[in-house]
Structures are given as structure tokens and as C-alpha cells.
Design a protein around this ligand. Structure first.
Ligand code: 8OZ
Length: 366
């Protein structure tokens, strides 16, 4: 029987166990550049089989939150090189999460204070995080977006291509395409955010087109074996919804089977919330992918504890499990899970922004 603690190869990357650190926005990289504190944070967690970086904007336009590290400035790539070398020196592996927020942004974070872009001019009833002039941070309502013109889409695909190449140049082992949680790709997928009448809106084929084009452009640039994708078929995060998610996401996953991707990362349920918010056949979703010959590692996420994670891998339901909050509070999470040791509790007050407190000062086991 396979164990959570057994090694696994994803693409050509040999991982020492099947535990991943989920991507976690921490807002501790002023100027979009990874710094010493960020190096320490990732290095401390390098015993995870795979670290997935916090969401990393592919462009200034893809920015939606203050002080997140990017992949579009030369200084950011230099900063990430220091993170990836520290992780590798500690025996770990790390994927960069490539992120375009679409409408989940604020004019103060956009080039020239412009409007955020989206499939359609429909504002998300959600919040984003900005830093005020006095240095204090806070959540504010997202700004009214404008609909992308058809001829702007190739430019965004080019930004994804360039960012994927930058991630490899920065020493990342792989990239994860952020297609979850109501950001740009998910806005194209779900009908309440996509009212387009061109080739990118309407039918399931049209709404999945942008996601598949992003996968295609990145897989051609860096290789499908270094490409993963994160999906959240039923999350209400950032105000996205769809009346009929199963055929939509089954169509997408079946199309993804044509690429030899490294991993598929699935958020089951409402991100960071209930796992049963809406009906969805998770086993059928995975089976649809395998039936089309999809071979990527199947990584599951959302509210997994030790017993659930061990069972998911032992039963073959999943190949890997990712943990978010548990990794914030437990840099040695892998050892703690192995030993069935108690976990430190994560402190919400220090999730977003700030310094070492609640970031690099969680204790390891004695
Ligand atoms: C929490 C706060 C800000 C961003 C996501 C990137 O939900 C995020 C995020 C989460 O995927």
C-alpha cells in the first residue's frame, strides 16, 4: 500500500514524499521582490515533497494584492533564485504558482492606476489587500473591471509564457498555473463572471478555451512535465459560480489529459471552508481524466488532516495531498505527520503582511 511518506516522481522531478505545501499568499515581499525573510520561510519548510510558491503575478496587470512577489521584474527573478537555491540545498523542490488575478484587483495596484481586466465588465463582490500611504495594510473592495478586448488575449498568453520561462530561469523545478479561486482563468471558466459572446464565452468549449491556451503556451515553453495546474470546481471564492460545474470541469480535465502534465491540484469544496458546499463527483472527475489517458499526479487539497491524507493516498484516491494553514504554523509538518505529533495552531492575525512574527518564528518540535 502506498504511503503519504513514500517518494513519488512527478514529471521528471523526484519528490521525497507525497506532501505538498499549498500556495499561500503572505504579502511579505515589498516591491514584488523576494527577500531574506522569504528565503528563510521557504527553506524552513523544504522537507515538504513539493513546495508550491505563493501566487506570483505574471505581469503588473496580473497584480491584485500588495507586497506579493512577482515574476515580471528582473529583481524578482534574482530574489527567487535565492529562494530556490536555499530550498534545493535543503533537499527540497519548489514550483512557482503563476497568477493573474483578472478582476480581483484595485486601481492602486494596476499600471497607471487603470481598471483591472476581466473576461467581462462584472465586478467581483470580494476584497483585495492594499497597503496605505502610512504603511498600514487592509482589505478593500475590488475595483470595477473592464472587459478584455479579443485582441488583448494573445498578450496575456505571452505574459504567461514569459513568466513560465522566468520561473525556470529563477531555478524553480516546475510551475503551477493558478486556475482556481475566482482569478482570471476561473473567471473565464465560470458563467457568472463570463458574459462574452466571442470564442471565449458561452459554450463550455469556449469558456475552457483560455485555460487550455494558457496550458498550451506554457507546456510548449518549459515542457508539460514541468507544468501543473490548480483547479477549484465549486469554490465560491472571489464571487465566481456556475450552475453546472460538473460538465464544465469534466470537459476541461478531459482536454488536459492530452498534455503530459506533472500534476493536477484540486481544491475540493469551498477554498479554506466546507468540503461539501455543493455537490460534485470528485471520483468521477478524476476518472474522466484517467479514462482519457491523463497520467499527472493527482494532488488533493482542502481541510485534510493526517488521517484523511493518509487514507487518500493509501486508497489510491490521490497521489499527493497539499496542506496550507498547517504548513504556515508547522515548518516541520512532514516530521510531525510521520510521528503523529501535535500541530501548532496557525494565527490568522499574521497571515497577510507583517514580518517574521507568524511567518518564520513558528517552533519546530523539540
Ligand atoms: C488569500 C488571500 C489572498 C490571495 C487564493 C491567492 O485564494 C489566493 C489568496 C488567498 O488563491
Amino acid at each position: 500500500m502506498t504511503s503519504l511518506f513514500d517518494p513519488i516522481e512527478i514529471g521528471h522531478i523526484p519528490l521525497s514524499n507525497r506532501i505538498a505545501m499549498a500556495p499561500l499568499t503572505r504579502n511579505r515581499s515589498p516591491g514584488a521582490v523576494p527577500n531574506d525573510l522569504n528565503v528563510t520561510y521557504y527553506e524552513q519548510r523544504a522537507t515538504a515533497g513539493l513546495l508550491i510558491s505563493e501566487g506570483t503575478p505574471i505581469s503588473h496587470q496580473g497584480q491584485g494584492y500588495a507586497q506579493v512577489p512577482g515574476l515580471y521584474l528582473p529583481e524578482s527573478i534574482e530574489g527567487w533564485k535565492r529562494v530556490t537555491s536555499a530550498v534545493h540545498a535543503a533537499g527540497g523542490h519548489i514550483a512557482a504558482q503563476l497568477w493573474h488575478v483578472g478582476r480581483v484587483s484595485h486601481t492602486s495596484l494596476q499600471p497607471n492606476g487603470g481598471q483591472p481586466v476581466a473576461p467581462s465588465a462584472i465586478r467581483a463582490k470580494s476584497k483585495t489587500y492594499i497597503v496605505n500611504e502610512d504603511g498600514t495594510g487592509g482589505f478593500v473592495e475590488t475595483s470595477e473591471p473592464r472587459a478584455l478586448a479579443l485582441d488583448e488575449i494573445p498578450g496575456i498568453l505571452e505574459d504567461y509564457r514569459r513568466a513560465a520561462r522566468a520561473a525556470i530561469d529563477a531555478g524553480f523545478d516546475a510551475v503551477e498555473i493558478h486556475a482556481a479561486n475566482g482569478y482570471l482563468i476561473d473567471q473565464f471558466l465560470r458563467s457568472n463572471a463570463n458574459a462574452r459572446t466571442d470564442a471565449y464565452g458561452g459554450s463550455i468549449e469556449n469558456r475552457t478555451r483560455f485555460a487550455l491556451e494558457v496550458v498550451d503556451v506554457i507546456a510548449r515553453e518549459i515542457g508539460a512535465e514541468r507544468t501543473g495546474i490548480r483547479l477549484s470546481p465549486v469554490t465560491p471564492a472571489n464571487d465566481v459560480s456556475d450552475p453546472d460545474p460538473q460538465p464544465l470541469f469534466n470537459h476541461l480535465i478531459e482536454a488536459l489529459a492530452a498534455h503530459d502534465l506533472a500534476f493536477i491540484h484540486v481544491i475540493e469544496g469551498a477554498t479554506g471552508g466546507p468540503r461539501d458546499n455543493l455537490p460534485f463527483d470528485w471520483a468521477g472527475f478524476k476518472a474522466a481524466y484517467r479514462a482519457r489517458g491523463g497520467k499527472a499526479a493527482w494532488m488533493v487539497n482542502n481541510g485534510y488532516d493526517r488521517a484523511m491524507a493518509m487514507d487518500a493516498v493509501a486508497s489510491g484516491r490521490a497521489d499527493m495531498v497539499s496542506f496550507g494553514k498547517a504548513f504556515i504554523a508547522n515548518p516541520d509538518l512532514v516530521q510531525r505527520l510521520k510521528d503523529d505529533a501535535p500541530l501548532n495552531e496557525a494565527d490568522r492575525a499574521t497571515f497577510y503582511g507583517g514580518g517574521a512574527d507568524g511567518y518564520t518564528n513558528y517552533p519546530r518540535m523539540a
